[in-house]
Design a binder for this molecule. Structure first.
Ligand code: 4GN
Length: 224
């Protein structure tokens, strides 16, 4: 799967070189290309933004610069996502759906935003990672890439995804490892028993109990 990211701050994506995503890139399980929108400025000062028509604070990213950066990717069929607080809230279902795409283009805005005309022209979907405003779309883009990449085969074990929170509608049961006693607290006895059916039953019960306690809304099938 391929991600192309349109951004003014490609250096912000350094974290995607580490850990599981970094390794997935090395193994060519996913491809992440960073396109610096500033490279498409038509101006000798590399200007990419201008004051808003109608007045007001801040600067607006110019449509022609963003459009040329987009066209340089050269795939009109790729789904284009704009990270925005106005977008549809990201959840695990949406992540799974996006993971089916072969090529995603992610547009990151900065300042007061991007000229609406280029958004209307190229964006297929606006996505938000939550109801709060950030200085740019870069952190949300990284959140999206991380969540979607986990669904590409080989990035993480399939069983980890199947067992985890949200996949089965419940939060995860608690995990324990050595030592058997930590600060006087013992690992739950059933996990040491080797009795797989009992262990599975205990984990299911715990998952329900924790979900009731921490996220009762998930059990009620509520919309977030
Ligand atoms: C996305 C972008 C929050 C989100 C953003 C979010 C940059 N903040 N909740 N900030 O997913 C003006 C230009 C605001 C783009 C946008």
């Amino acid at each position: 799967m391929k991600f192309d990211v349109l951004t003014l701050f490609p250096k912000m994506f350094e974290p995607l070189n580490s850990s599981i995503i970094g390794r997935a890139r090395e193994k060519n399980l996913i491809e992440i290309n960073l396109i610096n929108i500033r490279d498409f400025s038509k101006d000798k000062h590399k200007k990419v933004d201008d004051t808003p028509y109608g007045g007001g604070a801040g600067m607006v990213m110019m449509p022609d610069v963003v459009y040329d950066a987009y066209k340089s990717i050269g795939d009109e069929n790729a789904k284009v996502i704009y990270m925005s607080p106005q977008g549809k809230k990201l959840n695990q279902k949406k992540v799974e759906e996006l993971a089916k795409q072969e090529h995603l283009i992610i547009l990151c805005g900065h300042y007061e935003g991007i000229d609406q005309r280029v958004i209307d022209k190229i964006v297929d979907e606006e996505i938000s990672i939550g109801d709060y405003v950030l200085t740019g779309g870069e952190l949300p883009a990284m959140v999206l890439i991380d969540a979607v990449s986990r669904y590409n085969s080989g990035v993480i074990a399939e069983e980890s995804r199947e067992e985890e929170s949200f996949a089965n509608g419940f939060l995860e049961y608690p995990q324990y490892t050595r030592p058997e006693v930590f600060e006087g607290v013992k690992v739950p006895e059933v996990l040491l028993s080797g009795h797989h059916a009992n262990i599975e039953k205990w984990r299911k019960e715990k998952a329900i109990e924790i979900t009731k306690l921490k996220r009762p809304d998930l059990l009620k099938n509520e919309v977030q």
